[in-house]
Ligand binder design. Structure first.
Ligand code: PGA
Length: 223
């Protein structure tokens, strides 16, 4: 199965999200639902927090699920402003942890590990983002390699570099290896070659619904 994750970061509101969904679903290839049902592809959208629930409702008939871009390292409790993983029960299916941007704003490996345990305890599937093999969490179902030089720069990493990084991670056979960093409709099928990666995390090119639909459609024709 090829995993497709869309990270909207701090973009969009309720109005632009509705418009995105309408345009995206119209442009999506009709083979998409069957590809999900046959487990050839999974698609998870990661909007900003206030949009998780409305987006889940907007895509409820479409085999798309919705995830969170981060969670608190703390359980439910007296922590004003924090979003405990318990609060996402029944709403989000996945959570992004240790994204290079959240590590830059203070998440240490210890904090990422604590968030990872919170995610598992509430049945959220964690995507652990890493820029070096030391950041890999051996039990994580998804490891997302996001070289800092490729995130948001338009400079996609070469498949040989991605493959070398993967081998230095010594992943378990059950762990999925995802690549993120300037993935586009133009480069995604090259990235899929030789089965090095099991999926992609897309930032910039998930924001325009027509560009993102093209990206998904290109994956569908190869998945
Ligand atoms: P990008 O972002 O596709 O804009 O490089 C990827 C990410 O940060 O998840």
């Amino acid at each position: 199965m090829f995993s497709l994750f869309a990270n909207w970061k701090s973009h969009k509101n309720l109005i632009t999200t509705r418009a995105w969904v309408n345009t995206f679903l119209d442009a999506l290839d009709i083979s998409f639902p069957q590809a999900v049902i046959e487990s050839r592809i999974e698609l998870v959208l990661f909007p900003p927090l206030p949009l998780i629930y409305p987006l889940k409702q907007l895509v409820s008939d479409s085999e798309i699920t919705v995830g969170a871009q981060d969670i608190s390292a703390l359980p439910e409790g007296k922590h004003t402003g924090q979003v405990a993983s318990e609060s996402l029960a029944g709403i989000a299916t996945h959570v992004i942890l240790g994204h290079v941007e959240t590590r830059q704003s203070g998440d240490t490996q210890e904090i990422v590990q604590a968030k990872f345990e919170r995610a598992l305890s509430t049945n959220l599937a964690p995507l652990v983002c890493v820029t070096s093999p030391e950041q890999v969490i051996a039990e994580s179902p998804y490891i997302v390699y996001e070289p800092a030089a490729s995130v948001g720069t338009g400079k996609v990493a070469g498949i040989d570099d991605i493959a070398n990084f993967k081998s230095s991670c010594h992943l378990q056979s059950t762990q999925k290896f995802i690549y993120g960093g300037s993935v586009s409709p133009e480069n995604v099928t090259d990235l899929m070659k030789d089965g090095v990666i099991d999926g992609v995390l897309v930032g910039t090119d998930s924001l325009d619904p027509l560009v993102f639909a093209q990206l998904v459609n290109n994956i569908l024709s190869h998945a």
